[in-house]
Design a protein around this ligand. Sequence first.
Ligand SMILES: Cc1cc2nc3c(=O)[nH]c(=O)nc-3n(C[C@H](O)[C@H](O)[C@H](O)COP(=O)(O)O)c2cc1C
Length: 370
Amino acid sequence: MNNRLCEMFGIDVPIFAFSHCRDVVVEVSRAGGMGVLGMARMSPARLREELKWIDDHIEGRPYGIDVLMPTTYTDTGELKFDAERLFPEEHLAFVRGLLDAAGIPPLPEGERDAIIRGLLGELSFTPEESMAMIEIAMQHPIKLIVNALGSPPATLVEAAHARGIKVAALAGKAKHALRHKQRGCDFVIAVGTEAGGHTGTISSMVLWPSVVDAVAPLPVLGAGGVGRGRQVAAALALGCEGVWCGSVWLPSAQSEVIPEIKERFYAAEAEDAVQTRAVTGKPCRTLRSAFTEAYERPGAPDPLPAPLQNILWWGEGRTRVERVRAKDFLTYPVGQIVGDLNGPTSVREIVYGMMEEMLAARERLDNMFD
Ligand SMILES: Cc1cc2nc3c(=O)[nH]c(=O)nc-3n(C[C@H](O)[C@H](O)[C@H](O)COP(=O)(O)O)c2cc1C
């Protein structure tokens, strides 16, 4: 294929892959697309290690990074060394009560605190922390920086452009996309509500063309619900110049998701990908579980603001749940495309399968015209 985004990065197909997993990033770029590493929840040391590994394996193909730089956040700085004071008692009791009632063993006291302290140390949520992580990444041959939450600061755009690095940002509304354009983004990623992870309320079918029109002539990637070639064709038909996918890689051999969660993905229907604040504190589409369901019941506490709810779930809940593989409680961010993720696969199969189906869709359309 050939369009502005293929030219911008020297890639064969405008399939962009968001993943927290370095193997997925490398494999998508080697298959002709563009891998983008999610840096959330990484310590500076781990980031250096991951980027070095990518550089050693990606065979000179382009890749990018994705940073969570929220415009609003709860400052956890002063609480970093007092895990017990971090969560209101009612919230802690709710999660503990839920898991205790299900017979899921508690974590030893010291271990739980160490986990929470570790999580707090890994979060780079303030603008200063995010910028420090980006500076580490800029010492590697990254070609793209994507800002996940909100418009990137002008300083970041300038610093990236001075090094020949492109900048993009995610948008769930046309007005947010316009703000990204005004901040100097090179393209925008329009994320429909179908998407896994943090997502808005507007469906891809409606959002994509509205963002394309709002930011023209800036290129747009369509995201949210893209897992097969017909959806790539739809994104291109709606004016996008490529796609940005996160969920589709989760069942691949290269993904870090544990086998028990992969099994739950295979069995899930599209409607099992629910939007909830229970996992991160912000509306996040994730696999329905006994944990997300508990927060829907009358009398459940209103989830804490980000990133506290995420630390509560991870530190107190997820570790306990995954340790004993408590099936009903296992959850993971995933989009509505989960209904189509029906078995094990590989990144290369996914990329090639998407392209084949997209070409077949194009042929079918061509045959409808004289
Ligand atoms: C497991 C998972 C984690 C995610 N974490 C992030 C993140 O840290 N930063 C980000 O920009 N987007 C994140 N996303 C959202 C993706 O960037 C992307 O917008 C979304 O996956 C696209 O929709 P899809 O899931 O239907 O492919 C995540 C998505 C998933 C599935």
